[in-house]
Each structure stands twice: as structure tokens, then as C-alpha cells.
Design a protein around this ligand. Structure first.
Ligand code: HEC
Ligand code: HEC
Length: 359
């Protein structure tokens, strides 16, 4: 009997110390990082299932663009990490934008939106691209007119905004899209590690994490997004960053620190998308931001850690969109902001394109 108790006790001690050793590593860095929440709710835009369903449809719907070609998913493709994998995005009429598209995954948990942080929330952000002549090139009136002409949408708006007298408004379009974005959270193995759960980090990834902390990456890339919660100077390229928003000299070349979640998939890197290899991005960061040169081995270990920030399981079901009707405004892919000022027959009327010669 006594030996049995001793054995049980010994076993218990072994088990306890094992579990302590197991959960301790995650705790070590809990002051720097936080696991993703299950939901990213908002008091100003409460989530409900019809609103999220609607927002998902609108996210994928190219009819919110003037051309009928471009949806949010064009530049933030959910099948490729929430980005377009282009140096800088291509918008209406093949216009090349000035900045790289950051991922929409986990954007809802970041303190600010855009490389220069000019919007605070996904709600504030979502109207921008629809109206931007470089991106989806629509107007509030056109977007609302389009939605109102599609009965499938009108009934969904009524369900999502039960208490609104006028459910189809531009504000409600953007709120629905933002509500969907609030569900785009991608927990990773690193979150399991932080929570002390099984299936967390492997030993080389932990070594990479240790370097990420000891070299000082963590001073800017921290919190729930592993970035996304501060502004820092980055002397690189020609973009003036946050200076364009505030006009303050202190904000020259200052950028919102990006989240590093899903970073393996969101190439090319930096605000101008000038770097394709993750290793080059990591080494550039170390030398410009920290004044240190990383060895090949250190770089490789940090990359191993960064890859542990990938979504563990991610399935996105494509929504089926309601059909247009006879009254739905027709797509206008050749629309140009210039067309409104120049004569119809001018080549400029179609954005400088030469008319196609016919025999
Ligand atoms: C033509 C390409 C394009 C389209 C279409 C587009 N975006 Fe973007 N998006 C971008 C680019 C480029 C940026 C970064 C711009 C900047 O920082 O100045 C961005 C930034 C964002 C951000 C900020 C993420 C972060 O980490 O800061 C969110 C969120 C976002 N877009 C959501 C959307 C939604 C929702 C739609 C549809 C309504 C949409 N985008 C349509 C290219 C696009
Ligand atoms: C002083 C703050 C600071 C430090 C330290 C820092 N970063 Fe960054 N990091 C930034 C900022 C700001 C950006 C955005 C750069 C831009 O505007 O293109 C960035 C961008 C990145 C990117 C590209 C993200 C993307 O989506 O394009 C990676 C990868 C990255 N950092 C990794 C690291 C690593 C690894 C370290 C440590 C070796 C590190 N960073 C240290 C501030 C910092």
C-alpha cells in the first residue's frame, strides 16, 4: 500500500513538473504577446450572423466597383493570405497604386489601418477603396443604387439591420463588410504556444522566437498582432509614410508597424512591396531598425518562428451572390475620371487607350 502511494506520488510529481516545464515557455513571453481572441467584436458595429453573411458577399462582389471587375477579394484574395502578392496593387483601369496591399486577415485586431495608420478601424477603412478612383472607382450613390436593384441583397440588408428605417445605405454596406472582416481571425501554432496548449512551437521555432526577442524585433512587433500597434520610423524608399497624414516633421518616414501574422504568405514585403524574399526582409529589418547583421543561421531560425504565425486551419467557403436585375447599373470598365471632362471621341475618354482599329 505504502509503495503504491509513493509510486503514485512520484508519478504525480513527474507529471506536474512535466506540465510546468511544458507551459512555462509560453508564459515566458506573455508580457510581449497575446493570443488572438476568438472574436473581434465591436460595440459600434455589433456582429450578427446575417450581417456577417452579407458582409462576406459584399467582400466578394465586383459589382461594388465601377468596372464590375474589382472586389475587395481582388486585392485581398482570401485564398492567398488576404493579399494580391503584387508589389503594389492594380486597381481600376489597370492603374498601379503606390503601396503594397496588407492582409485583411486579423486587420480587425490592429490598432490602426493602412501603412500610415490613417484609419482607426476596419469600419472606417472599408468605404475608402470602393470610392477611390484608383481602386474600385465607384460612388456612394452608385453602390447604393446597385445594391437596391438586387432583391437578394435588399432582403439581407433588412435582416442585418432590422432596426433601421432605411437598411440599404453606404454606411451599412461598409459596416457589413467590416463585420465580416472582424471574423477573419487566423489562430496559429504560436497562439497555442502562448496559451500553453499542445501543438505549439517546435524547438527550432522556439530558438527563433528567442532571437526575435533578444535581438529586439519584439520592441516593435508585439501584442496580439505581433505588430499593428505602434508607429515607427523606417528609412527606406521614397514614401513619406505618416507625414502625408499629419504633416508633422516628426512623422517623416514613419509607418504603422505591420502585423507579422501569415507573413510567409503576404510577400512581397514592405510598404512598396520591393522585397520578395522573407530572409531579405528580416535582414533588412535587423540592419536598418536594429543596427545588427544577422548570420544565415539566425535569419533561418527567425524565419522558422515567423512561419509558425501562419493560420493553422483555414477554410473559406465562396459565397454565391444574388443575380443582378434589369435595373442594375451596367459595369463600366473603361470609365475614367478624365472622361467627364474631355470630349467623347477623344482617346482620353477611355483613359488614354487607343481606339481599336477595325478593317
Ligand atoms: C485595388 C486594390 C484594392 C482593393 C480593391 C481593396 N484594397 Fe484594401 N488595400 C489595398 C492597399 C494597396 C492597401 C494599403 C494602402 C495604404 O496603406 O495606403 C489596402 C489596405 C487595406 C486594409 C488595411 C489593412 C492593414 O493592415 O492596415 C484593409 C482592412 C483593407 N484594405 C480592406 C479592404 C476592403 C474591405 C476592400 C473592399 C471594400 C478593399 N480593401 C479593397 C488595396 C486594395
Ligand atoms: C524600430 C521598430 C522595428 C523593429 C525593431 C523591427 N521592425 Fe520589422 N517592421 C517595422 C516597420 C515600421 C515595418 C514596416 C516597414 C515598411 O514601411 O515597409 C516593419 C516591417 C517588417 C516586415 C515586413 C512586413 C510586411 O508585411 O511587409 C518584416 C518581415 C519584419 N518587419 C520583421 C522584423 C524582424 C524579424 C525584426 C527583428 C530582426 C524586426 N522586424 C524589427 C518596425 C520594426
Amino acid at each position: 500500500m505504502q509503495t503504491r502511494t509513493t509510486i503514485t506520488l512520484a508519478l504525480l510529481i513527474v507529471l506536474l513538473s512535466f506540465s510546468a516545464a511544458y507551459s512555462a515557455p509560453g508564459d515566458r513571453y506573455s508580457e510581449h504577446f497575446a493570443p488572438l481572441p476568438r472574436r473581434a467584436d465591436s460595440l459600434l458595429n455589433p456582429l450578427n450572423p446575417p450581417k456577417v453573411t452579407l458582409g462576406k458577399m459584399l467582400f466578394f462582389d465586383p459589382r461594388l466597383s465601377r468596372s464590375g471587375v474589382i472586389s475587395c477579394n481582388t486585392c485581398h484574395a482570401l485564398s492567398t493570405g488576404g493579399v494580391d502578392n503584387l508589389p503594389t496593387s492594380v486597381g481600376h483601369g489597370w492603374q498601379i497604386g503606390a503601396r503594397n496591399a496588407p492582409t485583411v486577415f486579423n486587420a480587425a485586431v490592429l490598432d490602426t489601418q493602412f501603412w500610415d495608420g490613417r484609419a482607426a478601424t476596419v469600419e472606417e477603412q472599408a468605404g475608402g477603396p470602393i470610392l477611390n478612383p484608383m481602386e474600385m472607382a465607384s460612388t456612394e450613390e452608385l453602390a447604393v443604387e446597385t445594391i437596391k436593384s438586387i432583391p437578394g441583397y435588399v432582403s439581407l440588408f433588412k435582416k442585418a439591420y432590422k432596426h433601421d428605417k432605411e437598411p440599404v445605405t453606404f454606411a451599412n454596406i461598409t459596416k457589413a463588410i467590416a463585420a465580416f472582416e472582424r471574423t477573419l481571425l487566423t489562430p496559429s501554432r504560436f497562439d497555442r504556444y502562448l496559451a500553453g496548449k499542445k501543438g505549439g512551437l517546435r524547438s527550432e521555432e522556439i530558438k527563433g522566437l528567442d532571437l526575435f526577442v533578444s535581438k529586439g524585433c519584439v520592441s516593435c512587433h508585439n501584442g496580439v498582432g505581433i505588430g499593428g500597434n505602434s508607429f515607427q520610423r523606417f528609412e527606406y524608399g521614397t514614401d513619406e509614410g505618416r507625414y502625408n497624414v499629419t504633416g508633422a516633421t516628426a512623422d517623416r518616414k514613419v509607418f504603422r508597424v505591420p502585423s507579422l501574422r501569415n507573413i510567409e504568405r503576404t510577400y512581397p514585403y514592405f510598404h512598396d512591396g520591393s522585397v520578395w524574399e522573407l530572409g531579405t526582409a528580416v535582414r533588412t529589418m535587423a540592419s536598418i531598425q536594429l543596427g545588427v547583421e544577422l548570420t544565415d543561421e539566425e535569419t533561418a531560425l527567425i524565419i522558422k518562428f515567423l512561419k509558425s504565425l501562419n493560420a493553422t486551419r483555414l477554410t473559406i467557403k465562396l459565397p454565391v451572390l444574388p443575380p443582378s436585375t434589369d435595373t442594375t447599373p451596367k459595369p463600366d470598365p473603361l470609365w475614367s475620371p478624365l472622361a467627364e471632362e474631355v470630349p467623347e471621341d477623344s482617346a482620353d475618354a477611355v483613359g488614354g487607350l487607343e481606339p481599336i482599329e477595325s478593317e
